[in-house]
Design a protein around this ligand. Structure first.
Ligand SMILES: [Zn+2]
Length: 394
């Protein structure tokens, strides 16, 4: 078989996926005897896409896995930090700083940025969906819109941003949960009827899997929901994936199904909605009697963040290219309103506009290639949720 279009871990670690100009830079520095030039590199971005007021930093764990063993130090804000790109004075806030010989990590720039930029976009989109969905369940269904080689990254990022569960097995493994899902319309079409598919699911699939039936393949959602309740004892829920051409008002269809279920005594049967949902449509559906959402493209196809890596210090002296601010900088945060600020000093006294004293927020993540911190996805997710609550977004 010919190889698939997916870089292997070895190819990524050996910088086979990097932009060739980093390899050339390393070669030139080596030829001029400048291998040992020590630098500070900072990771910042100028603005957020989609007019987002804030974003969720995601991907730090993978960067640390990539950098492990390289003779460098890494500092940064914790993964899961909710941030604005600039300080109140307009200075780009460093999300991460790397200190070491440039030739030890320069070639990794493409991979490091890729591990932060897209995952942070996905986690931010998921967090925005979380804010719209409030306390309802959110399941990440969007892997099919992206290349399968990044399924694990997509699901981890969606979960960290606030999704409750994910659909892929590889994604569920990395977050330490069971993959969730019902069946595709294909099963109903092949078996010939909703009823046959409901019964076959119940007979075949292990009892630990919640019985949630897809009810919009052939008949009216209301009729099929009651049918599913009557066929499957202990039905957990019904999923409505009504195509947009048949929707009219999706909200009213859900309200009607909820009414019918309640009136027949199936009050505990949940309604899960899916199909082209985003934060806006979810906001409209809240309060319709829906219990959860399957969300796909609007999370996995999130805009990537333009985080860049810039050298700000060389052999102890401040440097920078045009348009960037030189010097090794420290990130501070207000414990009350979570605003971030920047200083060249590690023991600055910065007053937040809300009146609180800012605190040093940066932590050391790696020392001489050895990891100092490690956080599980569930802990990072909890941190995201707690910040959203503190900001009044949730
Ligand atoms: Zn404040």
């Amino acid at each position: 078989m010919e190889r698939l279009f997916a870089a292997s871990e070895t190819e990524i670690r050996n910088s086979y996926t990097t932009d060739v100009y980093f390899e050339r830079t390393k070669k030139i520095l080596h030829s001029k005897g400048m291998d040992d030039t020590k630098v500070w590199a900072e990771f910042t971005l100028g603005s957020l896409p989609n007019k987002w007021p804030w974003a969720v930093l995601c991907g730090t764990e993978e960067v640390l896995r990539l950098a492990e063993g390289l003779d460098i130090d890494i500092y940064g804000v914790p993964e899961g930090t909710i941030f604005r790109s600039r300080s109140p004075k307009g200075i780009r806030v460093p999300l991460m700083n790397i200190n070491g010989e440039y030739t030890k990590f320069g070639e990794m720039e493409t991979a490091i940025l890729g591990m932060l930029c897209h995952p942070s976009g996905v986690a931010t989109a998921a967090a925005r969906v979380r804010c719209a969905a409030k306390d309802k369940k959110i399941m990440a269904f969007g892997n099919r819109r992206m290349h399968p080689s990044i399924s694990e990254v997509l699901d981890r990022s969606a979960y960290i941003g606030g999704c409750d569960d994910v659909a892929s097995k590889i994604g569920a493994d990395i977050i330490g949960r069971e993959a969730v899902g019902t069946v595709p319309h294909s099963l109903m079409l092949i078996m010939g009827s909703d009823e046959a598919a409901f019964r076959a699911f119940d007979e075949t699939i292990e009892k630990s899997v919640p019985r949630i039936m897809l009810i919009d393949t052939f008949s009216d959602e209301r009729e099929a929901s009651i049918n599913a309740c009557n066929i499957i004892k202990g039905l957990k829920g019904v999923r409505l994936d009504t195509p947009s051409s048949r929707r009219g008002s999706f909200k009213e269809i859900i309200q009607e199904v909820r009414w019918e279920l309640d009136s027949k005594g199936f009050n505990d049967v949940e309604i899960i909605a899916s199909g082209g949902l985003d934060e806006n449509s979810i906001r409209e559906l809240i309060g319709s009697g829906v219990s959860g959402f399957g969300v796909g493209t609007s999370i996995s196809n999130a805009p990537t963040l333009d985080i860049s890596m810039d050298l700000v210090c060389k052999n102890g002296s401040s440097i920078s290219k045009k348009g960037k601010f030189g010097g090794r900088k420290y990130t501070y945060r207000c414990p009350r309103c979570l605003s971030l600020d920047v200083s060249l000093s590690f023991d600055d006294n910065i007053k937040c506009s809300c009146g609180s004293d800012m605190e040093m927020y940066e932590i050391q993540l790696m020392k001489a290639g050895k990891r100092i911190t490690k956080q599980e996805p569930a802990d990072i997710r909890r941190y995201v949720i707690s910040q959203l609550k503190q900001l009044g977004e949730l």
